[in-house]
Design a protein around this ligand. Structure first.
Ligand SMILES: [Zn+2]
Ligand SMILES: [Zn+2]
Ligand SMILES: [Zn+2]
Length: 151
């Protein structure tokens, strides 16, 4: 996490004309220090220093962060609750994900090789593409190693 990252995300909240409360800062910091994770509301509540913070308060903050372009709701595994993913302020695209079909681990893929494909689709279909999301599925390294042992 870069030094001024927190400030830049706080600016996003300010742009929404929303209050910068200590609770909101704490929730933001939880995401910044767990960037690889896709946290649920419950997981965020369990990491807050004030255990009395209600679920409704946290939920409202997460909705605000989504509107501010800080978080994105994700649901890779057809779960009946939302997970939240931190958006990278420097990247034009939402990062990609790999999901292991054996252990369901989610790995973030930051390489973006799709610009030429976007250009081609835009040209052929006369569209303006503003974003894309991509999920790769397969077998993670740990599961590959496990199946080696079983052989
Ligand atoms: Zn992610
Ligand atoms: Zn796996
Ligand atoms: Zn991409």
């Amino acid at each position: 996490m870069r030094e001024n990252d927190l400030e830049r995300y706080i600016d996003k909240i300010k742009q929404m004309h929303a209050k910068i409360t200590p609770q909101r800062i704490e929730i933001l910091k939880i995401f910044l220090s767990n960037q690889e994770d896709h946290l649920t509301t419950e997981e965020i509540i369990s990491r807050l220093s004030d255990s009395k913070t209600g679920q409704a308060t946290v939920y409202r903050t997460l909705e605000l962060f989504c509107q501010a372009g800080i978080l994105k709701k994700v649901n890779f595994k057809n779960e009946d609750f939302a997970r939240y993913d931190l958006l990278d302020l420097d990247s034009k695209h939402f990062h990609h994900h790999f999901i292991c079909t054996q252990c369901e681990k989610v790995i973030e893929i930051n390489e973006d090789l799709l610009e030429p494909i976007e250009e081609q689709i835009q040209k052929e279909h006369h569209l303006v593409i503003t974003n894309h999301e991509l999920i790769f599925r397969g077998i993670c390294q740990d599961c590959q190693n496990k199946s080696d042992i079983n052989e």
